[in-house]
Design a protein around this ligand. Structure first.
Ligand code: ABU
Length: 386
């Protein structure tokens, strides 16, 4: 039926269709997993994106070949040419999402180069490009992560207009305890010089963040209904995990801590990305130490092919594995980087339709489609998959 046609049958169709949207049933915020049909999403923006100052926590999360970039540009804009191209890519990404029937919301513009001082530290900001890093939706609740980088302390401010609207519409709104981010939160002499150092430190469970106080980034969590998975990473400490475990337990959600052979753990979504009920993309370079738990539960553990992005494309804040950092629109449709033809073939072989989009320059800021978004509403119910 044509929705624009004003006959009675058409109006009936619209009413029926609206009733089927989860907004009508559950309010503006509602998502339990990474794959139920996506109705509304926040997409980040590049406006005001500022290179973070080269502090110990930034050094621990970035690769040596880019340290000179941070030393030189910390506190100033990311290269304008890149931002312009990234902006065009993200606008097109938003258009495609809308075309696919998804409502798109954007954060407020901020001046991230503004220097701020707290009793414990001084920094400038970074960006509002990666809502996944800071916001986590579990059911009808939107949780603001405390973060771990000083340059991200005030990042939540870019999302407050949206969050207040969701709150007015009935959503639960939680802010995890704000860390002081005093010097004690960081191992000031975290000994990284080489990739070997990184492997040794990660294998020994040594990270740049200490256990001084809870900290976490939302992107270290991966949702699958009653089971949510998290990793101890450079930005998520055990106190942060424990805070979330107690918080989620009250909702009947089990939080499982996973670990991976990963020299630089920061954000789980280019390591272990759950794409459907009992179906996970598991990074072959970063084997999961608890993988038997998933196999025993009958999950399909899928190893995605090597990324195809060229070595000389700058990725200042991520690995090349953004190729698997995909966004599911529903269990049968995925947004995937257009140039990553190998993983596209994999999805097609799984019966998942690919919607190819190009965000290569946006990748340079540290994220793929999953990072650049935060799903606010997915149409589905709380279920157990493990
Ligand atoms: N922020 C996502 C990047 C994760 C990774 O490169 O593995």
């Amino acid at each position: 039926l044509d929705k624009n046609n004003s006959n009675v049958a058409s109006e009936d169709y619209i009413m029926e269709s609206d009733e089927n949207l989860s907004h009508e049933k559950h309010g503006p915020v509602w998502a339990w997993n990474e794959w139920d049909p996506l109705e509304e999403v926040i997409v980040g923006n590049v406006n005001g994106a500022t290179v973070p100052p080269f502090t110990v926590e930034v050094k621990a999360n970035t690769y040596a070949k880019h340290w000179e970039f941070f030393r030189k540009h910390g506190g100033t804009s990311f290269p304008e040419g890149y931002l312009k191209k990234a902006n065009a890519e993200i606008e097109e990404f938003c258009n495609i999402l809308k075309h696919e029937g998804v409502e798109v919301k954007r954060p407020d513009n901020m001046d991230f180069s503004q220097v701020y001082q707290t009793p414990d530290f001084e920094s400038c900001g970074m960006y509002a490009a990666m809502p996944r890093d800071i916001l986590l939706v579990i059911g009808d609740e939107i949780i603001e992560a405390p973060m771990a980088w000083r340059s991200r302390f005030f990042e939540y401010r870019a999302y407050r207009s949206l969050i207040k609207e969701y709150f007015k519409g009935g959503a639960m709104w939680t802010t995890a305890p704000k860390p002081q981010m005093a010097d004690e939160l960081y191992d000031q002499v975290y000994p990284i010089r080489s990739v070997e150092d990184r492997h040794r430190l990660a294998a020994n469970g040594q990270f740049v963040t200490t256990e001084f106080e809870p900290c976490f980034d939302a992107a270290d969590f991966m949702r699958a209904g009653r089971d949510v998975f998290v990793q101890r990473s450079q930005v998520t400490n055990y106190m942060g995990i424990e805070w979330m475990r107690r918080h989620l337990e009250k909702k009947g959600i089990r939080l499982h801590t996973l670990s991976f052979k990963d020299p630089n753990p920061m954000h789980i979504d280019a390591t272990f990305n759950i794409i459907g009920p009992g179906m996970v993309l598991s990074n072959p370079d970063r084997p999961c130490h608890q993988i038997e738990m998933f196999k025993n539960a009958g999950w399909d553990v899928i190893h995605p092919p090597n990324p195809l992005i060229s070595d000389d494309h700058p990725l200042w804040m991520s690995s090349k594995w953004l190729s698997m950092n995909v966004l599911m629109l529903d269990p049968k449709r995925v947004i995937v980087q257009s140039t990553e033809t190998s993983i596209r073939k994999l999805f097609e072989s799984l019966g998942i339709e690919c919607i190819p989009v190009n965000i290569l320059h946006a990748n340079s800021l540290g994220g793929g489609f999953h990072c650049w978004t935060c799903d606010i509403r997915r149409n589905g119910e709380l279920e157990s998959y493990l």
